[in-house]
Design a protein around this ligand. Structure first.
Ligand SMILES: O=C(O)CCC(=O)C(=O)O
Length: 207
């Protein structure tokens, strides 16, 4: 069964009016081992019901296929990548990127959008280690819209998994050595969950 996403009556869209961004000074930091950290700002992007619906409807989502050992398999989510200089699909996302760049003192230049249609869509354990994420501390900032899904993090060499549920309008920023020393994943679930869109902002040279 597929649960439809229901916009929250309490997420600010009806109570607080126009969509907008909360203060990044509200970020709560979880320090992880090995110089990695995660910042969380629940409900950072508020009044986001329309934005979510528009992204689902209007982003030119692409289904990709990937080599897995000796087979070519469907990537279990839809994707759209906005390279540096490309116009983002909504001005609020451009404002979000600007605010993140100012707050973290690092220019976020690209946006990767992922559309998880239901609990069968997922992303496997990985670090964003293409480019300088493999050797330098970096940031990857994720704005989550729609259904709540857990972002899991585990140390690359093995160890306890940390679970960060991210919901509608939440911001999660991975920083420090996180891409080198930890891996992250959004697992599949047999629970009936609605659709989710993840917007990942990355600095130049991080993928
Ligand atoms: O869905 C998410 O928030 C994480 C996506 C991710 O890790 C990736 O696309 O590399």
């Amino acid at each position: 069964m597929v649960a439809a996403f229901q916009g929250s009556l309490l997420d600010g869209s009806l109570l607080a009016g126009a969509p907008g961004l909360g203060p990044l000074t509200a970020a709560r930091r979880a320090n992880l081992a090995g110089g990695a950290w995660v910042d969380l700002v629940p409900g950072w992007l508020h009044g986001a019901d329309d934005l979510f619906a528009r992204l689902v409807r209007e982003v030119p989502w692409q289904a990709e296929r990937r080599q897995m050992y000796d087979a070519v398999v469907d990537v279990p989510r839809l994707l759209c990548f906005y390279r540096e200089g490309a116009a983002l699909p909504d001005p609020l996302l451009a404002r979000a990127r600007e605010a993140l760049s100012t707050h973290y003192g690092e220019r976020f230049t690209t946006a990767g959008l992922c559309y998880y249609r239901d609990g069968r869509d997922s992303v496997a354990w990985h670090g964003d280690r293409i480019g300088r994420g493999s050797r330098e501390d970096t940031f990857v900032a994720i704005v989550s819209l729609g259904a709540v899904r857990p972002l899991l993090l585990r140390p690359r060499g093995g160890g306890e998994t940390r679970r960060f549920p991210v919901g509608h309008g939440d911001l999660l920023v991975m920083g420090g050595s996180c891409q080198r020393t930890w891996e992250h994943a959004v697992p599949k679930t047999a629970r009936a969950v609605g659709p989710r869109v993840s917007v990942q902002f990355r600095p130049r040279g991080v993928r």
